[in-house]
Design a protein around this ligand. Structure first.
Ligand SMILES: CC(C)(COP(=O)(O)OP(=O)(O)OC[C@H]1O[C@@H](n2cnc3c(N)ncnc32)[C@H](O)[C@@H]1OP(=O)(O)O)[C@@H](O)C(=O)NCCC(=O)NCCSC(=O)/C=C/CCCCCCCCCCCCC(=O)O
Length: 716
C-alpha cells in the first residue's frame, strides 16, 4: 500500500497506493512506516520524496476505519518519525492533500504542490479535529488566525492560496514529481532546523484570550450545538499556550471526546450518504451505472421569477449556454436586470459563463437540448407551457419542470415525448442551495433521469432521484411537520416557543421564522388549490376539520389579515417594516391566538419543549417511513440528504431518518403511538407499517433498513 523506489541521485520515492484517494488505511500507514525506515537505513539515500498514486496525494485518514476498532501503526508516531528524521522529506502534492493527508505533508520538511491541487483540514465536517498534529503544526506554520479559519471551517484551499498562506513552499504547473525530486536533490544534506514545524512558535494575535473567546462565539453561532468546531478552537488555542508536546496531548484528549460521539457518527454517515445517493436506481430498473446521460451544451429557462433567475445563473456558471424566456417585454426586462446583477455579484474571480440570450419568442428554443420550466406554481399554467414546449422543441429535447410538488406525470402527458419529462426541483436561491430533487415519473426514461442527475452534478448540486407524488420527498414530509406546529399553537404554545425548541435542536430557523421568510401566501395558495380553504370549502364544514381529519386554519387566518411574513412586515412575528429581517414576538399574535382558542373552546396548556420536538419531528419522520414504503425514496439516505441539504436539518444530527435510528426506533414508535392515542383525528401521527416492521426486526442499523423496506414493499 506504499511503494518504495530508489531513483538516481540518492532519492527514495515513497508512493501511497490506495486508490481512489490514497486514504491512510492501516495498510497504508504500515507501508509508509516500513518504507520510511528503509529509506532512513539506506546510507545511499540522501532525501525522500513522498507522493500519491492516481493523481492524488492523500484524502486523509480512512474514514471507513473509524466505525471499528483502530489497529495498525498510529498516524501521530508515523508523522513524528518523518519530521524527526535526519533526511529531508519532500511532499509532492497533486490532487488533494486533505485531513490526515495534509497532516502527513506538514510532517514533511518541504511541500511542493501542483497548481491545481487543493489542501485542507476538513475533519470538522466529520465531527472530528485534525488529531495527527494538524492543530499544533498548522498554527506554527501559518499563524493562529489563519489556521483557526481553516480548521474550524474545514474549507479546501486552492494551491495558490496555500502558497500565499505559506502552507506549501512552491507551486508547479508541470510534472510535480519531477520538480519535487529535483528539489529534494538540491536540499539533500542541508540542516532541517526549523523545517520541523513542531519546533516553531506560532504567530498569535495580540489579545489571545479575547481572540479565542471571539472564535468560540463565532463557531457556536455558525453551527448551533455542534461539538467539533468548539473542540477545534480549544485545540488550536492549546498550540498558542502550551509547548508542542503538551499541545499534542490536548489535541488527543479533545479528539477522544469526539471520536465515538453521536455527532461524529452522524456527520460521517452524511459523508457516505452524499456519495451513495449518486448511485441511484428507479423501481423500473434504471440505474446510475447503466443509463448514459446526454451531454448538455444549450439549455433554456422558462420564467424569470426568483427561481428561474437562480436556475439560469446556475446553468451559466456551469458553462452551459442559456436562452431565458419570459412572456412579455416588461417581465423579460426585469428578468434581464436581475440575472445580470446576480451574475455580476458572483462574477468576481470567475467569468467563464456560457452565453446568455433573453427572448419572449419560444421559437428560439429549437436548438436547445434541455428546457427547465420555472413558471408560476399552477398546474394548468404549467400544462399549457409543456404543450407549447412540446410543439416547438425537437422531439428529443429533455423537458424539466421546477415544480415543488405538482404531478410530473400530468405534465409529461401533455408532450410528444413523455419519457423525456422529469422534475428538477431546485431550492431557493437556486444558484446557492446545494440540493436538487430529480423527480422521475412512471414514464421517465433512464436517459432522462441520468441526464438530469448528471446536470445537477455539473451545477455543483447534490442530486437525489425520487419518485413522483404530491410534494415529492421533501415537501411531502414537511406537511405533517408544519401541521403539528400549527396544532401546537392551538393547544397553547406560542410561535417563538416552538421555534426556540427547533433552533435549540439545531435548525438555523424554527418553522415559523422560516414561514415568515418564505411568505405565508405560498402555502395559502397551495391549500386553496387543494380545497382546504377559500371558496372550495364545502359550506357548513367546521373550520377545524377537513376531509375527515383535524385541520388548523391559523395560517389562513393570518393571510386573510394581510400578514404574509417579512415582506409585509408582519406574519407570525413582527418586523421593523416590510422586508426587515429581525423577528420580534408580536403581542398581536398572542392575543389573536388567545381569541382563537376561546372562540373554538380550546383550553390552552403549557406545552413542554420535549413535546414540541417530538410531535414536529416524529410526524415528519413518520411520513419519511411512508415515503420509503411507497418507494418514492430508495433508502433512508436519500431522505436524509434531502433534509440536510435542502431543509436546514442540522447536519450533526445526520438527517431525520438517521435521527430516528439514533433516538431508537422503538422510542419513536412508542411516542407516535402515545400522541396518536391522544389525537386520534391526526392520521399523520399513526405509526407507519415500516416503522413497526423495523422495530419488530430488532431495530437494525440504518445501513440494513433497505432489506426490511424491500420485504415490506413486496407485501404492501
Ligand atoms: C475530495 C475527495 C478526496 C475526492 O472527491 P471526489 O473525487 O469527488 O470523489 P468522492 O466520490 O468523494 O470519493 C471517491 C471514493 O473515495 C471515498 N473516500 C474519499 N475520501 C475518503 C477517506 N478519507 N476515507 C475513506 N474513503 C474515502 C469516497 O467515499 C468514495 O467512495 P464511495 O463512492 O463512497 O465508495 C473527497 O472524497 C473528500 O472530500 N474526501 C474526504 C476528505 C476528508 O474529509 N478527509 C479527512 C478524513 S479524517 C482524517 O483525515 C483524520 C485525521 C486525524 C485522524 C487521527 C486518527 C486518530 C484516531 C484517534 C482516536 C482517538 C480516540 C479513540 C477512542 C476510542 O477508540 O474509543
Amino acid at each position: 500500500m506504499a511503494r518504495y523506489v530508489r531513483i538516481p541521485g540518492s532519492i527514495a520515492l515513497i508512493t501511497l497506493a490506495n486508490p481512489p484517494v490514497n486514504a491512510l488505511s492501516a495498510a497504508v500507514r504500515r507501508g509508509i512506516t516500513e518504507t520510511l525506515s528503509r529509506a532512513i537505513a539506506d546510507p545511499e539515500v540522501k532525501a525522500v520524496v513522498l507522493c500519491g498514486e492516481n493523481g492524488n496525494f492523500c484524502g486523509g485518514a480512512d474514514i471507513k476505519e473509524f466505525a471499528g476498532p483502530m489497529s495498525g501503526p498510529g498516524l501521530v508516531p508515523m508523522i513524528d518519525a518523518i519530521e524527526a528524521g535526519e533526511k529531508p522529506v519532500v511532499a509532492a502534492i497533486e490532487g488533494v492533500a486533505l485531513g490526515g493527508g495534509l497532516e502527513l505533508a506538514l510532517g514533511c520538511h518541504y511541500r511542493i504542490a501542483h497548481c491545481k491541487a487543493r489542501v485542507g483540514l476538513p475533519e470538522v465536517t466529520l465531527g472530528l479535529l485534525p488529531a495527527a498534529g494538524g492543530t499544533q503544526r498548522l498554527p506554527r506554520l501559518i499563524g493562529l488566525s489563519a489556521a483557526l479559519d481553516l480548521i474550524t471551517t474545514g474549507r479546501h484551499v486552492s494551491a495558490q492560496e496555500a502558497l500565499q498562506l505559506g502552507i506549501v513552499d512552491r507551486l508547479t504547473e508541470g510534472d510535480t514529481l519531477g520538480v519535487a525530486v529535483e528539489f529534494a536533490q538540491s536540499i539533500a544534506g542541508q540542516p532541517l532546523g526549523s523545517r520541523r514545524l513542531s519546533t516553531r512558535t506560532p504567530a498569535c494575535p495580540a489579545d489571545l484570550d479575547s481572540f479565542l473567546q471571539g472564535a468560540l462565539v463565532q463557531v457556536r453561532r455558525r453551527a448551533r450545538g455542534a461539538m467539533a468546531p468548539e473542540a477545534c478552537v480549544r485545540a488550536v488555542g492549546a498550540a498558542a499556550t502550551l509547548p508542542y508536546s503538551q499541545g499534542m496531548q490536548r489535541e488527543q484528549e479533545l479528539m477522544a471526546s469526539l471520536f465515538r460521539s453521536a455527532q461524529a457518527r452522524a456527520l460521517q454517515y452524511c459523508f457516505f450518504s452524499q456519495r451513495l445517493v449518486g448511485r441511484w436506481s428507479t423501481p423500473s430498473g434504471a440505474r446510475w451505472d447503466s443509463a448514459e446521460p446526454r451531454p448538455i451544451r444549450r439549455a433554456a429557462v422558462i420564467g424569470l421569477g426568483t427561481m428561474g433567475r437562480g436556475i439560469a445563473v446556475s446553468l451559466l456558471q456551469a458553462g452551459i449556454a442559456v436562452v431565458a424566456v419570459e412572456t412579455d417585454e416588461q417581465q423579460l426586462e426585469a428578468g434581464r436586470r436581475a440575472v445580470t446583477a446576480l451574475l455580476e455579484r458572483r462574477a468576481q474571480g470567475r467569468g467563464s459563463e456560457g452565453p446568455l440570450r433573453f427572448t419572449t419568442d419560444l421559437q428560439q428554443l429549437r436548438q436547445v437540448e434541455l428546457v427547465i420550466e420555472a413558471v408560476f406554481e399552477d398546474l394548468a399554467v404549467k400544462k399549457q407551457v409543456f404543450r407549447q414546449l412540446s410543439a416547438v422543441c425537437p422531439a428529443d429535447t429533455l423537458l424539466c419542470t421546477n415544480t415543488s410538488g405538482l404531478d410530473v406525470e400530468q405534465l409529461a402527458a401533455c408532450t410528444r415525448s413523455p419519457e423525456l419529462v422529469v422534475g428538477t426541483h431546485f431550492f431557493g436561491p437556486a444558484h446557492v442551495m446545494k440540493l436538487l430533487e430529480v423527480v422521475y415519473g412512471p414514464r421517465s426514461s433512464p436517459v432522462a433521469v441520468a441526464t438530469a442527475m448528471h446536470l445537477g452534478k455539473r451545477l455543483g448540486k447534490v442530486s437525489v432521484a425520487v419518485g413522483n407524488c404530491p410534494g415529492f420527498v421533501g415537501n411531502r414530509m414537511l406537511k405533517p411537520y408544519l401541521e403539528q406546529a400549527h396544532f401546537l399553537l392551538e393547544e397553547g404554545a406560542a410561535p417563538e416557543q416552538v421555534d426556540q425548541a427547533l433552533e435549540e435542536f439545531g435548525f438555523a430557523m424554527g418553522v415559523f421564522r422560516v414561514a415568515d421568510l418564505s411568505g405565508l401566501d405560498v402555502g395559502w395558495r397551495v391549500r386553496k388549490e387543494a380545497g382546504l380553504t377559500g371558496p372550495g370549502v364545502a359550506p357548513g364544514e367546521s373550520p377545524r376539520r377537513r376531509q375527515g381529519r383535524r385541520y388548523s386554519p391559523l395560517p389562513d387566518l393570518l393571510c386573510e389579515q394581510g400578514r404574509l411574513g417579512q415582506k409585509t412586515g408582519r406574519g407570525w412575528y413582527l418586523y421593523e417594516g416590510p422586508g426587515a429581517r429581525e423577528a420580534r414576538p408580536d403581542p398581536w399574535t398572542h392575543s389573536f391566538l388567545q381569541q382563537y382558542r376561546q372562540q373554538h373552546g380550546l383550553q390552552p396548556r403549557a406545552v413542554p419543549q420535549q413535546e414540541v420536538l417530538e410531535r414536529c419531528l416524529y410526524a415528519l419522520i413518520n411520513e419519511g417511513f411512508r415515503v420509503l414504503e411507497d418507494g418514492i425514496a430508495t433508502g433512508p439516505e436519500d431522505i436524509d440528504i434531502i433534509y440536510v441539504f435542502g431543509y436546514g436539518w442540522p447536519r450533526h444530527r445526520g438527517g431525520p431518518m438517521f435521527h430516528a435510528g439514533a433516538v431508537g426506533l422503538a422510542t419513536v414508535l412508542d411516542r407516535l403511538e402515545h400522541y396518536h392515542h391522544a389525537h386520534p383525528d391526526i392520521p399523520n401521527l399513526q405509526p407507519s407499517a415500516l416503522l413497526r416492521r423495523l422495530v419488530a426486526s430488532g431495530n437494525p442499523p440504518i445501513q440494513k433498513w433497505r432489506e426490511v423496506i424491500r420485504r415490506v414493499r413486496s407485501q404492501l
